[in-house]
Ligand binder design. Structure first.
Ligand SMILES: NC(=O)c1ccc[n+]([C@@H]2O[C@H](COP(=O)([O-])OP(=O)(O)OC[C@H]3O[C@@H](n4cnc5c(N)ncnc54)[C@H](O)[C@@H]3O)[C@@H](O)[C@H]2O)c1
Length: 348
């Protein structure tokens, strides 16, 4: 019996996650009765009410679930976004979800924003290192608030951290029959940390002679991605570059409302979330696109060992786009509920 923790969080997370779960239940049919969904209250309301973001024991209890589903975290009432940092970065670091898996698969020619390119040109997956790099918070400020202020943000790269994400990207390429893999770095300017990435990459490449693998500077990667995304099948990169490259990847597939992600530790805890944030500008208005959340649940089904239903959810989203039933972000006029109902009807 799959045991799933559900944390809709803030803003449109409260709309897209319930929608996506109703669609999942439609896809599960009679099997839905065997699934257990545990609602978790964490988010801005909970923090404002209790003064707590997430406790250490609540964080550790997340390990007991087969999967964690998160909506989005971020609320203007908590300007420093402390709760989002504690919960999201907390999960990544404390549950060691070192692998951030973000596929960019365009589902319709009409949604690809590049001239003379279509859905067949956008089919690649980014592996973003999720626990190191520039996002560890190592650093500090000196003479803060003065004209002489110094701010230091240190990038941390460990041999173990670099090697395991590169290996995971290669393992995925082998498992799914991909032939091309690119590592993106900035080893020309950041010789220490990214020199480590280059050395480890060269070592792992030697074990995978059948895969055409190369290292690119990240500036060249983003240039090439816009020029011709069909060159890429698998991309592996560090935390900061992955954060940026995956937003570009979301734009190439049609927008933030469609982008899905998995954050996981192979063989350990796994968390699934749409890439978008809490979108306070449209929250509560029925305008949010639930497709990124639905595609995140498709990734969850895949990783829980049900590729058939995972594919059914993706196909249902594709049919709904083809039928022109989309929210405003994709050029349509449908509400979140109307898109939900259309996707649920299209699951078979
Ligand atoms: N993983 C996360 O939880 C996450 C990710 C990014 C941002 N955030 C947080 O979300 C808050 C808002 O951040 P932001 O505005 O930079 O990013 P955002 O993704 O929330 O919104 C960016 C723009 O895209 C639109 N948009 C996003 N998702 C959409 C959807 N599903 N359907 C239709 N339109 C959609 C929004 O209306 C907005 O105009 C901030 O507090 C930020 O820190 C959280």
């Amino acid at each position: 019996m799959p045991n799933i923790a559900v944390m809709p969080g803030d803003g449109i997370g409260q709309e897209v996650i319930p929608s996506a779960l109703r669609i999942l239940k439609a896809a599960l049919g009679a099997d839905a009765a065997r699934w257990h969904f545990e609602a978790l209250p964490h988010g801005a309301d909970h923090t404002l009410k209790t003064g707590q973001t997430i406790t250490a024991s609540e964080m550790q209890s997340l390990r007991s679930f087969d999967a964690i589903v998160v909506g989005a975290l971020g609320d203007p009432r908590i300007p420093d976004n402390r709760h989002a940092k504690d919960i999201l970065l907390g999960m990544r670091m404390q549950l060691d979800l070192y692998c951030n898996f973000r596929p960019s698969f365009a589902l319709s020619d009409a949604l690809v924003p590049l001239k003379n390119k279509g859905a067949r040109d956008v089919r690649f997956t980014v592996f973003r290192e999720n626990t190191e790099g520039l996002y560890t918070g190592i650093g500090g400020n000196f003479k803060m608030g003065t004209a002489d202020e110094v701010a230091v943000e240190q990038e941390m790269n460990t041999r173990k951290g670099v090697e395991r994400i590169i290996r995971e990207a290669f393992a995925y390429a082998v498992r799914t029959g991909k032939r091309r893999l690119v590592m993106a770095d900035k080893a020309n300017a950041m010789t220490h940390g990214h020199g480590l990435w280059r050395r480890v990459f060269a070592e792992v490449c030697k074990e995978h002679q059948a895969i055409e693998a190369k290292a690119l500077y990240v500036d060249n990667l983003v240039f090439q991605l816009v020029r011709d995304p069909s060159q890429f099948e698998v991309i592996v990169t560090n935390n900061l570059f992955g954060d940026i490259v995956t937003d570009l990847a979301a734009a190439l597939q049609g927008g933030l409302g469609l982008a899905a992600s998995a954050n996981y530790h192979p063989g350990g805890p796994q968390m699934f979330e749409p890439v978008h944030g809490s979108a306070p500008d449209i929250a509560g208005k029925g305008l949010a696109n639930p497709m990124g959340a639905v595609l995140s649940l498709s990734l969850m089904l895949e990783r829980l060992g049900d590729p058939t239903r995972a594919a059914a959810l993706e196909a249902a989203v594709k049919r709904t786009i083809e039928a022109g039933i989309t929210t405003k972000d994709l050029g349509g006029t449908a509400t979140t509920k109307e898109v939900e109902e259309a996707i649920a009807r299209n699951v078979f």
